[in-house]
Structure formats: structure tokens, C-alpha cells
Design a protein around this ligand. Structure first.
Ligand code: ADP
Length: 587
């Protein structure tokens, strides 16, 4: 978060009138909406959220106990902004972009800070800057002027800030610079440094938002196979306790083919966030062998941190994501959990005594959620690069009840829904994503990509799997009433095929070296093998072979071992020939 360098320029100080949790009112403050203010003797960071005559209402991003009427309030005159530049990756921030390690040093402990300011990026580190334009070249707002090797994995692009006029490059040099040193001068008199500030509530500009047509490949069969998300798409993932939410999110952070991951831990219990903070720095990027953190930025706002900061952490996260998008990267933003953010809005709203909407949430809940998700997308950037922000929001519906307002409002906005299911998790079916309730509205627009890059008949084969699983769902009701043996033989066979789809294809073990990541080609090939079994089995049934004999062939249980097979091409080729041979020998 930006330092209050401009604090001397404050025209007028206000005085605290009342304190109610995170909501503070002040009189005599000359402020505009969304200005950042420093509250009380300790200078706690807050943001103006309402102005009525001489009375200004502020939400404070830090614990306000002990702060009382009569204490001063100072206005910075600046909106809530993030510091952008090299050093954002590999960082762990709190909700207002203060690096946790710096806070820890200053405070001796994390999470117990008040009134401590720390810039979002280090102003002392020197970065090796290499220009990509020459003196005499003309650059416009957003254009890339140079590069910095930020981490082992990511090259940071230094850009003309979007609100600059631009002009001819008058000087630009190779060398080591701190983020605040000038690396280029323009004929307009503007100076370019590696540091940009951007107000978090304002989307960074882009030329056009385009229909996304490339999937964010996750290597998770149920996601890539049945419910794919596009690069630049939106998804919600509701996760009741113990349903495998953490594992799913780790898998996405590790395996999704995004260049950059921004992980926002918003209001989850302290121990869960600590888990993330401790786990992530240890994780390796499985594709490069480099530390996962070298392409990740973590923002941690746990439930023991003040509620108002939950809101800022969401906006901080999406702004950082947009900044890397502007460099031409594909960014995946994961927010866990948007329910805690909504609860924070509810708390602030009730303290403001606003008219409550459904279940006490403010009437603007839907608008706030959609404003957030709308910042996702595939964009043609103003510097002519293409980049994307994919937003994946976890939702924690109390009691797993999807009819509550946060889940419902989220469902109206996002185009992918991965419904984690506590029952499946209990039965140890992982990932416990319910295939009957989940959906993806990107399927059709991604089909051409899958046809070109995986298999020409991908959509048809997937549809076959969907149909079999649907039929199983319908048949289950009858089975529960009369038992499986009462079904006609063809339906019994369908149940057997569906069982293989669930056990051999949809289940995936995140902790198995081979199974943890499944290339889409393997996902397709595995599905095709089950379809081969299906086709052979139905031919045999038509030829009069009893269903038990068909399902008893030696080769079929080996379908369950395709997932862990390293040499899967050979394994599956061989398995298919055996299935054919053994089933055909029955008639
Ligand atoms: P939550 O975060 O929803 O409380 P976790 O993600 O911690 O749940 O998952 C609970 C347990 O379920 C894990 O410790 C693990 O044993 C198991 N599990 C979850 N997902 C998978 C998976 N994809 N593969 C294997 N085991 C899993």
C-alpha cells in the first residue's frame, strides 16, 4: 500500500466523533469518497465510505479497540492504492498490501500490527533493467519500455503508466535501479520508474475485452474434461469444511497453466491461512522445478484481522492481477473465500444502519460481487499485448446450503461452477466435485481449442460421458427402490460403465506422483478406453451374452489403473486390445 508520503499536504485534520468496531465517524474532515485517512493517535489506516455534511464515515482496516472520540484523523487526499513494480511476486501481503515479513520484523510478530506502515514493494532493492526501446522511439501510455528479471520464472515488463501522456524517449539506460529511480525520460517531461501506484477500486484500462477461447488447463480430469474454465473466465467453488477445498486450490495453483497466480486468503480461519503461508513457499512449480512462489503473490487476511481489510484484500488482489495482465501474462486469481468478504460487507453495512437486503446482506451485495468478477477477462491491452485474468472465487455457504444469498448471487455472475460435495468427500471420492451440480458455460467456446489441440471428437466423446453419468443419476433412484438386479440388463451395463467413469476417470489422486497431473490428451485417451469397453460390451450384450459375463472379463478392472500409469499410451493401447479380444471371445 502506498506510503503516506503526501501526508504533509493534508489541508485539514478532522476529529473522531464515534467508534463502532471498524466504523469510525469524524467531523471537520475535508475528504472525498474513498480517500485514505489515518485514524487516531496511532494513525490506523482507513477509507472514507460515506460523507454527510460535516460528518465523514470511515472504515478502518485495523483493529480499533482503544481508539476514542477526540483523537485526530488525517486525510492523505489519495484513494486506496497498491504499489506495483518488481518485488510483488514472491511476496506475502496483508489485506492492505503490507508485506508480512516486513511487518513481522517491525512488530516482532505477524498479525498484531497497528498503525504500522510499510510499502508494498521494497524501495531499496536494485533491479537489473534492460531497455526494450531506444532513444528517439515514441511510446504511449501502457507501452513496455524495458524488462527486469523479477524472479526465476517471471520477467517483469516495465510499462509507461496508463495515465501518462507518452512521447519520444529522450533517455533510457541499462543498469541497476531501485524502483523509484528514473529509468527513462520522455519528451513530454514525464519520467518513468519501475514503480506504479494504482487505485484499487478502479480497473486498469484495457483496449477491448474479448471472448476467451483458450482453456486454463488444470491437469485435473473433471475440470478439463467436463467443466473447463477459460483463460479470462470466472468460476466459483463452494467448499464445505473437509470437502477438499484446500487440496483443490493447491492443485490449481500448482498445475493450472497460468503464468502468474495471485492467491487471496480472505477472512478464513487463521490456521488455514497459516497453512497456505507455510505451504506455498515450500511448493515447487512442478513444470519448471522452480519455487512456486516465484510466480505467485499471496495476500493473507485471516479471520483475526479486521473485517474491513477483507474488502481491500480482494481489490488489492485483482489490481495486482491486472498489472501482470497488462504485461501480456495470463493470471489466475484465487479468492478464498468470497463469503467472508460478503460477511464483512454485511457487518459494515449494519453498522452504517443501511437498509438490509436478503439475510442482512446489503442490497449492493450483487453489484459488488459482479464488479469484482467483471474485472476478469481476456483483454487486448493498451500496449497491444494480450493478457488475461481468470477469477476463481471460493464460496463457503453455511451448512453447504447453496440457496443462501452469496452463493446465489455468485452463481448469477460466474460462468463455471465447481460444486464440492461433502458426501463425496466422505466416501473418499476425490476431487469431490459433484458432476451433477457443476457446470461450465465455456464448453462450447472452448471446443474448437480442444478439437485442435487434443482430439477432433473431444466434444462428442465428452457428451457421451455426460449422458452416461446423467442416466446413472436417473437409474440410481430406481436402484434404491428395487435393487440393481431388478433392472434390465442394458441398464445394469450402463451402471457398470458409469462406475468406471466415476472411479477410473473422475477420481484423481492429488497425492500420487503420476495421477496428480493429467495431460488433457491422457484425459481424452482414458475416456476413450472406457468408451471402447462400453461399445464392446453393448455389442456383446446384443449378441446375447449375459451381463455378468461381460463385466467379469479380466481386463476391465485394469481400467482403474490407467490413471497411475506413466506410459499411458502403451498401457491404454494394450488394454483396449485385450478388452476387445476378451469380450469378443464371449460370443
Ligand atoms: P477442506 O480444505 O475443504 O477442509 P482439504 O482440502 O483439507 O479439505 O481435504 C481434506 C482431505 O481430503 C485431505 O487431507 C485429503 O486427504 C483428502 N483429499 C482432498 N482432495 C483430494 C484429492 N484431490 N486427492 C486425494 N485426496 C484428497
Amino acid at each position: 500500500m502506498s506510503q503516506a508520503e503526501d501526508i504533509e499536504s493534508v489541508d485539514q485534520d478532522g476529529v473522531i466523533e464515534s467508534v463502532s468496531g471498524p466504523v469510525v465517524t469524524a467531523t471537520d474532515l475535508d475528504a472525498r469518497m474513498n480517500d485514505v485517512v489515518y485514524v487516531g493517535d496511532e494513525g490506523l489506516m482507513g477509507e472514507v465510505i460515506e460523507i454527510e455534511g460535516n460528518l465523514t464515515t470511515i472504515q478502518v482496516y485495523e483493529e480499533t479497540s482503544g481508539v476514542g472520540p477526540g483523537e485526530p484523523v488525517e486525510n492523505t487526499g489519495e484513494p486506496l492504492s497498491v504499489d506495483l513494480g518488481p518485488g510483488v511476486l514472491d511476496a506475502i501481503y496483508d489485506g492492505v498490501q503490507r508485506p508480512l515479513d516486513v511487518l513481522e520484523e517491525k512488530m516482532g510478530t505477524a498479525f498484531l500490527d497497528r498503525g504500522v506502515d510499510a510499502p508494498g514493494i521494497d524501495f531499496e532493492t536494485e533491479w537489473e533493467f534492460t531497455p526494450t526501446v531506444d532513444v528517439g522511439d515514441t511510446v504511449e501510455a501502457g507501452d513496455i519500455v524495458g524488462e527486469v528479471p523479477e524472479t526465476e520464472s517471471i520477467t517483469h515488463k516495465v510499462m509507461v503508466p496508463p495515465d501518462y501522456e507518452g512521447g519520444e524517449i529522450e533517455s533510457i539506460e541499462n543498469g541497476a535501479f531501485t524502483v523509484d529511480e528514473v529509468v527513462a525520460e520522455l519528451s513530454s517531461g514525464e519520467e518513468i520508474t519501475m514503480h506504479q501506484e494504482w487505485p484499487v477500486r478502479q480497473a486498469r484500462p484495457a483496449d477491448t475485452k474479448e471472448t476467451p477461447t483458450v482453456p486454463l488447463v488444470s491437469g485435473q480430469r473433471i475440470l478439463d474434461g467436463l467443466f473447463p474454465i477459460a483463460k479470462g473466465g470466472t468460476a466459483a467453488i463452494p467448499g464445505p469444511f473437509g470437502s477438499g477445498k484446500t487440496v483443490t486450490q493447491h492443485q490449481l495453483a500448482k498445475w493450472a497453466d497460468a503464468d502468474i497466480v495471485v492467491y487471496v486468503g480472505c477472512g478464513e480461519r487463521g490456521n488455514e491461512m497459516t497453512e497456505v503461508i507455510e505451504d506455498f513457499p515450500e511448493l515447487e512449480d512442478p513444470k519448471t522445478g522452480k519455487p512456486l512462489m516465484s510466480r505467485t503473490c499471496l495476500i493473507a487476511n485471516t479471520s483475526n484481522m479486521p473485517v474491513a481489510a477483507r474488502e481491500s484484500c480482494i481489490y488489492t488482489g485483482i489490481t495486482i492481477a491486472e498489472y501482470f495482465r497488462d504485461m501480456g501474462y495470463d493470471v489466475a486469481l484465487m479468492a478464498d473465500s468470497t463469503s467472508r468478504w460478503a460477511e464483512a460487507m454485511r457487518e459494515i453495512s449494519s453498522r452504517l444502519e443501511e437498509m438490509p437486503g436478503e439475510e442482512g446482506y446489503p442490497a449492493y451485495l450483487a453489484a459488488s460481487l459482479s464488479e469484482f468478477y467483471e474485472r476478469a477477462g481476456k483483454f487486448q491491452n493498451i500496449n497491444d499485448t494480450e493478457g488475461s485474468v481468470t477469477a476463481i472465487g471460493a464460496v463457503s455457504p453455511p451448512g453447504g446450503d447453496f440457496s443462501e444469498p452469496v452463493t446465489q448471487n455468485t452463481l448469477r455472475i460466474v460462468k463455471t461452477f465447481w460444486a464440492l460435495d461433502a458426501d463425496l468427500a466422505e466416501r473418499r471420492h476425490f476431487p469431490s466435485i459433484n458432476w451433477n451440480e457443476s457446470y461450465s458455460l465455456y464448453r462450447q467456446q472452448l471446443d474448437p481449442w480442444f478439437r485442435d489441440n487434443v482430439a477432433d471428437d473431444w466434444p462428442e466423446v465428452r457428451q457421451w460421458a455426460v449422458d452416461v453419468l446423467d442416466e446413472e443419476d436417473e437409474l440410481q433412484e430406481i436402484v434404491q427402490l428395487v435393487g440393481k438386479d431388478a433392472l434390465p440388463e442394458d441398464q445394469q451395463l450402463t451402471l457398470e460403465v458409469a462406475r468406471y467413469l466415476r472411479e477410473a476417470w473422475l477420481q484423481q489422486n492429488a497425492f500420487h506422483d503420476v495421477d496428480t497431473y493429467c495431460d488433457p490428451k491422457k484425459t481424452y485417451r482414458m475416456l476413450l478406453a472406457i468408451k471402447t469397453f462400453n461399445d464392446e460390451a453393448f455389442d456383446a450384450l446384443e449378441a446375447g451374452v449375459p451381463v455378468e459375463e461381460i463385466t467379469d472379463v479380466d481386463a476391465s478392472p485394469r481400467l482403474n489403473r490407467m490413471n497411475t500409469s506413466d506410459e499411458w499410451n502403451e498401457f491404454i493401447d494394450e488394454l483396449e486390445s485385450e478388452l476387445e479380444e476378451q469380450i469378443r471371445s464371449l460370443y
